[in-house]
Design a protein around this ligand. Structure first.
Ligand code: SF4
Length: 483
């Protein structure tokens, strides 16, 4: 897959973080954590802190390094807070949707950092709007904030969160600040990751453990699906608010989105990718002179593949220009094609006169794969075989990943042979769903596989589901929250 910066990759997604310290300001640790999560979103970044009396907030567009100045960080007082990096998935691409979303209301202040996407946000927004709530954005995070703020008028924190969980449906990992209390909440299917870290002077939650490492902390464990954790500087309280028989972990986190050095749901992402590479060799290995990754996304897969082959040489055949950003403007097809040359250049000596297996994690639209195959042929490769570390993507994602529409997905249009021809490879093979489940040590029933099977773990209008969905009621506003 393309690196997600320009041409062909899905665009995730968001990163969330929350910290609670005893004697230390939260702003800078949050800022460093956001740097560690920058790969999860580059559109905007924000931090909300609380100093025991009032909430402080700063959100800015762009990368973390551009969104904050020294003065901004100095103004974010307090020992607790949350942070967010965002790539828009629901809601417009402008500062009105930048997060954390913060609001003050009768019983205090709230800040929300959300990763995921609700599939029933419109229903709840309409209902709340009918009750007089005014919305400032079209994002689903504001919907959660309004619902939670309403519940907090009548209920304690844990009951209020449970009440909101009983109404929202979809994918959400949330870092929430309620005054100077920081919470972590993961949807009942555990679709997006969220983990708990112990720091020298406090505790944190974060989308990925790499953020905990950045603060020299220790990964305690993942937040469980359906669990609320309430952080304090001394530890955390756990409330299992909703339990489901099955989870719906997004397999794509392991294949592409997450950092290789993160541990998600007990698996080190780098090792999962190497194992997927080994499985790729077992399922569709081909003896070529060299195997090479599409940098950087295919590297761990290719190293596992080469190891399992016991003979195919691992080589770096494509060099990446790290300085081509996502804002690169490509108005014409010719310029779009040139973008690949700007980003990736072949190393002739490892390609010329050789048969090559090129490994990538996935194919979305196929434009990058097509151009890379041509590039390797132009550099003198005698054969170019493509091996992909995930099954064909044939359906969109409704859980917060911008995968492209069905019409844009190259594999949705026909069989593998057609894709192979369109891309121009000598052969093309994908990994099976079984191999994914095996590498993750999970049953199919505990994974979200919607984008590769077309069957989703949530009830989505016009789509098939692969399970008995327990859809929350949205009309239970009058019901008291139970325990
Ligand atoms: S549809 Fe695909 S990308 Fe979206 S949550 Fe499910 S597995 Fe992840």
């Amino acid at each position: 897959m393309d690196t997600g910066q320009t041409v062909d990759g899905p665009t995730e997604k968001c990163g969330v973080v929350g910290v609670s310290f005893r004697d230390r300001d939260a702003a800078r640790p949050l800022y460093y954590s956001l740097y560690a999560l920058q790969h999860r979103g580059q559109e905007s970044a924000g931090i909300v802190t609380h100093d025991g009396f009032q909430q402080h907030s700063h959100v800015g567009m762009g990368l973390v390094g551009d969104a904050f100045s020294e003065d901004d960080l100095d103004g974010l007082n307090g020992r607790t807070g949350i942070g967010h990096v965002r790539y828009p998935t629901a809601g417009s691409i402008d500062s009105s949707c930048a997060q954390p979303f913060s609001v003050s209301f009768k019983s205090g202040s709230l800040g929300l950092s959300h990763n995921g996407n609700l599939v029933n946000a419109d229903e709840i927004r309409d209902e709340l709007a009918g009750m007089g709530h005014a919305f400032t954005s079209d994002g689903d995070t504001e919907v959660i904030a309004h619902d939670l703020a309403t519940n907090l008028l009548n209920e304690d924190l844990v009951r209020a969160v449970k009440h909101t969980m009983n109404r929202i449906h979809g994918s959400y990992s949330l870092a929430i600040s309620h005054d100077d209390t920081v919470l972590g909440l993961r949807d009942p299917e555990g679709n997006r990751p969220l983990c708990i870290g112990k720091l020298e002077e406090g505790y944190m939650v974060a989308s990925e453990s790499a953020a905990i490492d950045t603060l020299d902390g220790e990964l305690v464990r993942d937040v469980r699906p359906g669990e609320l954790v309430v952080l304090s500087p001394e530890g955390f309280d756990s409330y299992q608010l909703v339990e489901r028989e099955n989870t719906a972990h997004c397999f794509f986190e392991h294949v592409y989105f997450a950092r290789p050095d993160s541990v998600i749901d007990g698996n080190l992402v780098y090792e999962v990718r190497r194992e997927l590479g080994r499985q790729l060799w077992a399922e569709s290995g081909i003896n070529t002179d060299v195997v090479m990754p599409v940098p950087d996304s295919g590297r761990a897969f290719a190293s596992g593949y080469a190891e399992a082959s016991e003979g195919v040489e691992f080589a770096e055949g494509l060099m990446k220009n790290r300085y081509v950003g996502r804002t690169f403007i490509m108005p014409t097809q010719d310029e779009r094609e040139r973008a690949v040359r700007l980003k990736l250049n072949p190393i002739k000596s490892t390609v010329e006169g050789k048969s090559v297996t090129l490994i990538d994690d996935s194919i979305v639209r196929g434009t990058t794969s097509n151009q890379l195959v041509s590039l390797l042929r132009e550099a003198g490769a005698t054969e170019v075989h493509l091996r992909i570390g995930s099954p064909p993507i044939t359906a969109p994602c409704y859980m917060g990943i911008n995968m492209a529409t069905r019409e844009e997905l190259i594999a949705a249009g026909g069989p593998v042979e057609d894709v192979e021809e369109e891309i121009g490879a000598d052969s093309l093979a994908y990994l099976s769903v079984d191999a994914i489940a095996e590498a993750l040590g999970e049953d199919h029933d505990d994974l979200c596989l919607g984008c590769v099977t077309g069957e989703y773990p949530y009830e989505i209008s016009g789509e098939e589901t692969d399970r008995d969905v327990e859809r929350p009621r949205t009309d239970d506003r009058e019901l008291p929250a139970d325990d």
